[in-house]
Design a protein around this ligand. Sequence first.
Ligand code: NAP
Length: 259
Amino acid sequence: MDLGLVGRKAIVCAASKGLGRACAAALAAEGVELLITARGAEQLEATASDIRRMTGAKVTALAGDVTSKDGRAAILAAMPDPDILVNNAGGPPPGDFRDWDETAWEKAVGANMIAPIMLIRGVVDGMAARRFGRIVNITSGAVKAPIPALGLSNGARTGLTGFIAGLSRQVARHGVTINNLLPGQFDTDRLNTTLAAEAARTGKPVEQVKAEAAAGNPTGRIGVPDEFGRACAFLCSVHAGFIVGQNILLDGGRFPGTL
Ligand code: NAP
């Protein structure tokens, strides 16, 4: 299927690894010019050159922290008029709610709610004026089914989700769609860190913890980042203009609800 994206421009945040990288690679494969970001310059440059080699797309790498004002200003200066924005950042640490003071909450809300909202604020009017825009926020399955140890994520991302529910309906008539993609368990460094912590807590070997996670999924496996990236590219496509304000769970069917 031709996604109709050749010549479009995209900002993909937090994209040197994992799900962000997969979204960037899938968009580049459709002929999209990219600005990709992450804090670590070396890994980011390596990813940019991999994507260039695999797709022939123009890829600019911009190292910086998307959770900081300066980091976001640099992103918007480097690509002020994107057609596509994929919002992403690292997730907050796990723990017990008694240990999270105001600073911990401010950090989580800053990274997983305020940062994407501020980037949307920076690009959405331009998209509306040009009558085309696609914004995808990478959130988490924890928005749909909270994970107790990830309370900072449950809270901050649900705040973003509520805001997007309203804003997406305000901008849809201008050709701009905003949706959230909710990952379940995908095989990335982030998941492997979480599984290693679980292994340390339970005393089980990490391979066993990972095998149990796979076996507990209806598909019998963990998600592959490329599957996530392809779903993101479709949401950004010309065919997805009637998908507005949705929270799309990509979890292999692990959430057991009918709807
Ligand atoms: P990952 O493999 O650890 O990759 C995270 C990427 O984000 C890296 O490129 C990292 O590069 C970049 N990054 C982190 N903090 C950043 C910051 N402040 N500014 C700019 N870039 C930053 O993680 P992932 O699994 O792809 O997860 C992506 C998001 O999905 C996270 O919010 C995670 O919590 C969420 N999620 C993932 C899963 C899963 O199963 N994988 C499930 C649910 C939710 P640098 O470190 O160099 O900055």
